[in-house]
Write a protein that binds this ligand. Structure first.
Ligand SMILES: [Zn+2]
Length: 490
């Protein structure tokens, strides 16, 4: 690490944090204390110094383009391993596929490892791609503007990656006495869930990072009207699958239209599928989530949330709540979203085949066969076939809501975010945690940065950004969670 450079960045960030106080205050996240200029803090408190350095690491990571496809995570893995080596931590870059690597490093609590007690800090190196033309800044520039750092991965998941690094390095620098091994893991191909993903990593290298507990992305600190409304701690996730819709007809000259045109049959089938609504099914976690969120919403919606399980008004209530939020809708039922259409070879040729893709998100345990049957009945067209695609996800058992680690996460996060409740959360999106849960890891998802809807929407979208004060706060909270769970004393 070039310290002149670090100090320059630190000075820049500090100035920027102060300049940004207005928009950041509007988000309801804490302001830096007046004494916390980085130059002072690096002498006074190593924890504060590492937080400020973490923002510089986040910028460095954003500048390494790991858009997936193709991923190309190796340079980011090398960057992290060098950073850890400089701190005196042995880090291993593990090659998962050509050009695609993960990083593993361990801080030991004892000579003989106890994998069932170990804590894994997980984040992924890859990001989704960008449509550069729709960004107002360079997506790989780590541009700082109005109190935000912009860049692909700023939240998902390089923000968490930098936070994990900060926590891990701080444990080492402060010579913390651990009651369990703490393992740093940076994975590849999370966004693609392909051959270079955690599935392969576990199959090939499980012994290098076997653990009983993990913290990963998956849940969020939700900010509403300038305040943290609740902390969603992910303990389960939905399962993804794809179904191909294939319409077949007779190809021919476009000057003489026919009734069995495959494009027409596909379009009609997709239109019907668009109206599909699967029955509601509350998993234990979703039930607890709605119980927790009902008192936080305004009276009207709160009333409907509480009525969802009643016999007389249940169905109507479920409809109102589903319509109020696509997230809530997807938390309580299987969903189907048409995502890709393809047909035709030329403007004047009727094609023999037209295909679409349906992206299905199942509640854990729900069989895809039920959805296929329902859709077949709905489409009701012998010219159209539905085919479940290979590589569907596997349902994992939920993580326990009674474990010590879950309790620590909820207690610390709630305390640090002004008493906002921590609720169990079932994400509608996928994370690496499902694979960990399938290997008996009690994995929990919490991106520790307080974020409002506007910022959360930009993940996977354009102009992804993280408020720098939220980043700083998140690193601090994650540090406290890990300290309470894994550190006996400094
Ligand atoms: Zn992610």
């Amino acid at each position: 690490m070039n310290w002149n450079r670090v100090l320059k960045i630190i000075a820049g960030l500090s100035a920027m944090l102060w300049a940004a106080s207005v928009p950041v205050a509007a988000q309801g996240v804490p302001q830096p204390a007046p004494s916390r200029t980085a130059r002072q803090s690096s002498v006074v408190d190593p924890t504060v110094a590492v937080r400020t350095e973490a923002a510089a690491w986040l910028a460095d990571l954003i500048k390494i383009n790991t858009s997936n496809p193709p991923g190309n995570e190796q340079p980011a893995a090398t960057f992290i391993s060098r950073l850890l080596q400089k701190e005196g931590i042995k880090a291993e870059v593990v090659d998962v596929a050509p050009g695609r690597s993960a990083v593993v490093a361990r801080l030991r609590s004892s000579v003989v490892p106890e994998p069932s007690k170990a804590l894994l800090l997980v984040a992924h190196l890859d990001t989704v791609p960008v449509d550069k033309s729709r960004w107002t800044v360079d997506p790989f520039g780590a541009v700082i503007k109005d109190g935000y750092m912009y860049g692909r991965g700023a939240i998902d998941d390089k923000g968490m990656l930098a936070a994990n690094l900060a926590v891990f390095i701080n444990l080492k620098r402060t010579n913390a006495h651990l009651n369990r091994d703490v393992i740093f893991l940076a994975t590849a191909d999370e966004e693609g869930s392909g051959d270079a993903s955690i599935r392969t990593l576990i199959a090939k290298y499980w012994d290098k990072f076997a653990a009983g507990f993990a913290i990963n992305e998956g849940g969020n600190v939700f900010v509403k009207k300038g305040k943290v409304q609740y902390i969603g701690v992910q303990a389960s996730e939905k399962v993804a699958a794809n179904i191909a819709v294939i319409a077949r007809g007779t190809s021919g000259h476009a000057s003489q239209p026919t009734k069995d045109n495959a494009v027409v049959h596909l379009a009609a089938a997709v239109a019907k599928i668009g109206t599909y609504t699967a029955p509601v099914h509350f998993t234990a976690i979703v039930r607890r989530y709605f119980e927790g969120i009902a008192p936080l919403e305004d009276d009207e919606i709160s009333k409907w949330i509480r009525s969802m399980d009643t016999t007389d008004r249940g169905e109507h209530a479920q409809r109102v709540v589903s319509d109020a939020s696509p997230l809530w809708n997807s938390m309580m039922r299987d969903t189907v979203a048409p995502t890709v259409l393809s047909a035709g070879v030329a403007n004047n040729v009727i094609p023999a085949e037209a295909r679409g893709n349906l992206n299905v998100r199942l509640l854990p345990g729900d069989p895809i066969g039920t959805v296929v049957n329902d859709l077949n009945k709905l489409v009701n067209d012998p010219a159209v076939k539905l085919e479940v695609q290979p590589n569907a996800g596997l349902a994992a058992p939920p993580s326990s809501l009674d474990s010590d680690f879950y309790n620590v996460i909820c207690r610390v996060a709630s305390r640090e975010f002004g008493g906002a409740p921590a609720l169990p959360f079932q994400s509608t999106w996928l994370t690496d945690s499902a694979q960990l849960r399938l290997h008996s890891v009690q994995a929990y998802g919490l991106v520790p940065f307080p974020l409002n809807d506007e910022d959360l929407r930009r993940m996977h979208g354009d102009d992804e950004r993280i408020p720098l004060v939220a980043f700083d706060k998140g690193v601090d909270v994650l540090m406290k969670i890990v300290t309470e769970f894994a550190v006996t004393r400094y």
